[in-house]
Design a protein around this ligand. Structure first.
Ligand SMILES: Nc1ncnc2c1ncn2[C@@H]1O[C@H](COP(=O)(O)OP(=O)(O)OP(=O)(O)O)[C@@H](O)[C@H]1O
Ligand SMILES: [Mg+2]
Length: 304
């Protein structure tokens, strides 16, 4: 019997178990296929074209070199998970993608971040406009102290989008919150549960029609049911948006992501600790055959 199976779709949609193949960690000795990212194997389903290209990205806080030498691509309309031990620079690296580090006194970013062909670190880029195109959802739900409806309309106004009832409804539908709030749009956002507040924040990010949504541990304050609801939502959103998600939860990274970037901390000669990108690859490759022994140690729970 012949079946009409799209191998790429099947590989992407089937659940990934964190299960290391024996002898898979070859220290990255085999050369990557042409065009592949470091760590990707040629047998892997290909990820889409890149929307971000990071080259030798580094961040300093004062004289602390917090992150250095991050070179990777972020595929469009896919979920990239950023994983690694606490303090390795995941949030710092994520914030570079929409210039949020500009808001931190003493922070300095070096290297290149291309968004399409646009050099995001250039002084020509308006960071406020950029954050409309590249939205962010934080660890702790942070709705404004306003009604549910006002939370959505406020962001639209700031970003020059005319707030309409249809746009409010669409954002809430897309964030899988509409059915729960449609009869109380004027209620305070703080009257929602934590999981609902986080979906409202996602709705607020979607409402300004971004191209990318950055999420920094979006489920860490939520219970397992609310977490699964957000994960389902993220997978649906990836059909239309590019998502970059920081998570400490390996199972979550395995469940949701297409690409995984593993960051870790290296000691410097001066006795400082600097975050580096150890490995990036498809989720399947990272969780079944990591090339860097540090990745393997982390995902199997031996360190971190
Ligand atoms: N605003 C800041 N000012 C000074 N140093 C900072 C600032 N934010 C982060 N750092 C430092 O940069 C390094 C990376 O921090 P970052 O928050 O990016 O790590 P992380 O991987 O997101 O950690 P976690 O998993 O705990 O959230 C750390 O050494 C941290 O102390
Ligand atoms: Mg962080």
């Amino acid at each position: 019997m012949t079946t009409n199976v799209d191998p790429e779709k099947t590989a992407k949609d089937s659940p990934i178990e964190i299960h290391l193949a024996t002898g898979a960690a070859d220290g990255g000795a085999s050369p990557p296929a042409a065009g592949a990212q470091p760590g990707a194997t040629s047998a892997e389903p290909s990820l889409g074209p890149p929307i971000f290209r990071l080259h030798d990205l580094g961040v300093w806080y004062g004289n602390h070199h917090a992150v250095k030498g991050v070179t990777m691509e972020v595929p469009k309309n896919a979920i990239t998970a950023l994983i690694g031990p606490s303090g390795c620079g995941k949030s710092t690296a994520l914030r570079c993608l929409n210039r949020m580090n500009d808001l931190i006194p003493g922070a300095r970013v070096e290297g290149r971040v291309l968004f399409g062909d646009e050099d995001l670190l250039s002084s020509d880029v308006d960071p406020v406009d950029l954050r409309g195109r590249i939205g962010m959802v934080f660890q702790k739900p942070n709705p404004f102290p306003k009604s549910i409806k006002d939370n959505l309309e406020f962001g639209m106004k700031v970003n020059g989008i005319k707030p309409t009832a249809e746009r409010v409804e669409q954002a809430l539908v897309d964030a899988a919150l509409w059915d729960e709030v449609k009869d109380r749009l004027k209620a305070e956002a703080f009257s929602l549960s934590g999981g609902q507040q986080q979906r409202l924040c996602i709705a607020r990010a979607i409402a300004v029609e971004p191209e990318v949504i950055l999420m920094d541990e979006p489920c860490s304050a939520l219970d397992p049911i609310a977490t699964l609801a957000i994960e389902d939502l993220m997978k649906k959103l990836a059909e239309r948006y590019t998502l970059v998600v920081v998570t400490h939860n390996m199972q979550q990274a395995a469940r949701i992501s297409d690409q995984v970037a593993f960051m870790t901390v290296e000691g410097t000669a001066e006795g400082n600790r600097t975050g580096v990108l150890a490995e990036v690859g498809t989720a399947r490759q990272i969780f079944s055959a990591p090339k860097d022994p540090r990745t393997e140690a982390y995902i199997t729970g031996r360190v971190g």
